[in-house]
Design a protein. Structure first.
Length: 134
């Protein structure tokens, strides 16, 4: 891949990352600078430049899918925190996020849903969005 193509992907990815994740996404990439800057580039170029910027799903839908995938896997709580914030950034309500996590419990188990819900509670608390009714 040429440098021009990489730059195009990088610019598109950085714009998408900023629009979706805001400061949280930049912090993740910056945290890799001293150990694996190439992984930060992969996040920007591939995840956001190629996948997140594809047509077909709106940012709200992408965040619901992402929350479901991360909550269902378990062990992804730091990434889940970033993406719950991103979900709020793109217009999902706390009630929609809670409902998505409850839905995960059917397919991935109650313990994973509980872990995800506690991350959501932390994010909602930090953003002054508690209590959530639903």
């Amino acid at each position: 891949m040429s440098q021009a193509q990489r730059s195009e992907r990088y610019v598109r990815g950085l714009e998408t990352l900023t629009a979706v994740d805001g400061e949280g996404g930049h912090k993740v990439v910056e945290s890799l600078a001293d150990i694996a800057p190439a992984l930060g580039d992969i996040v920007i170029e591939f995840a956001f430049g190629d996948v997140y910027s594809r047509p077909g799903l709106e940012p709200r839908q992408r965040q619901l899918v992402t929350i479901g995938a991360l909550a269902g896997q378990g062990g992804c709580e730091p990434q889940l925190e970033v993406h719950i914030n991103a979900a709020l950034n793109v217009g999902l309500s706390p009630e929609e996020i809670v409902e998505a996590i409850i839905h995960v419990s059917v397919y991935s188990g109650v313990p994973r849903a509980l872990n995800a819900m506690f991350v959501a509670k932390k994010v909602f608390g930090e953003r002054g969005l508690l209590p959530v009714t639903g």
